[in-house]
Design a protein around this ligand. Structure first.
Ligand code: HEM
Ligand code: HEM
Length: 185
């Protein structure tokens, strides 16, 4: 993928890409908040219900992320504006691929951790086929990685959001609009 020539100023990501971007952004932020909150009520009566909800919504997030990645691997965006410094173009490309990696691996470690746990994996109460023999140490290792990866994702999203706002408010170029639904007059 090369960003060498200027993009046409009115090019936008297509509707499926825009819908998936914003639906997933909302779901991922919600999942992180739910994840931290459920850990604080984990040992209280009914606390387990929140963890079950986290796992069930997490499975939906994982499927949507895979759909998004498949879409992205088959659709190349137009180059970024010609006026952008090369280092910013390269940094945005790196950040985007690291974001994709983080949003695939993060739910995957949750699924693996749950699969190796004694309770296994359930989707809104329905048990999913158990393919792993419960192993506490393995399950805990995956959850350890899961908890650490959340912070990697937080750092990437912070950088990403700051960059998006810089384009919107300071540079006032077309970059933000590329990911925003077209307004019909
Ligand atoms: C983008 C998706 C996800 C995000 C942002 C997310 C976020 C989090 C966060 C913030 C925590 C608390 C970590 C801590 O304080 O130690 C957590 C824990 C947990 N997550 Fe996720 N999660 C996601 C997907 C999943 C999925 C798909 C599953 C399983 C199907 C899952 C299962 C769990 C479990 C079981 C815990 C508790 C781990 C423990 O007991 O140490 N998560 N998650
Ligand atoms: C969990 C939250 C988010 C994730 C995981 C995420 C992920 C991504 C990824 C991977 C891309 C690259 C698209 C591609 O070329 O395939 C992208 C593009 C974009 N994102 Fe986000 N995003 C998140 C939240 C946000 C937020 C809150 C904003 C706005 C403040 C935003 C603004 C944008 C914009 C403007 C683009 C298009 C950049 C361009 O034109 O090349 N994103 N996002």
């Amino acid at each position: 993928m090369k960003y060498t020539t200027a993009s046409s100023a009115d090019w936008r990501y297509s509707t499926p890409a825009i819908v998936l971007h914003w639906v997933l952004a909302a779901l991922i932020v919600f999942m992180a908040a739910l994840g931290w909150w459920m850990m604080t009520v984990e040992h209280e009566p009914g606390g387990q219900r929140w963890m079950d909800l986290h796992k069930s919504i997490g499975l939906i997030v994982f499927v949507l992320v895979l759909a998004r990645l498949a879409w992205r691997l088959t659709h190349k965006p137009e180059p970024l504006p010609a006026g952008m410094p090369a280092w910013q173009v390269q940094l945005s490309r790196l950040t985007h691929w690291l974001l994709y990696a983080a949003i695939v691996v993060l739910p995957a470690t949750g699924i693996l951790g749950a699969s190796y746990s004694r309770g296994g994996l359930k989707f809104f109460g329905a048990p999913l086929p158990a393919w792993a023999t419960p192993a506490r140490a393995t399950s805990e290792l995956f959850f350890e990685i899961h908890s650490l990866l959340v912070w990697v994702l937080v750092a990437l999203v912070a950088l990403h959001v700051l960059a998006a706002l810089k384009h919107l408010l300071l540079d006032r170029d077309e970059v933000f609009r590329r990911m925003w639904p077209r307004r019909h007059s």
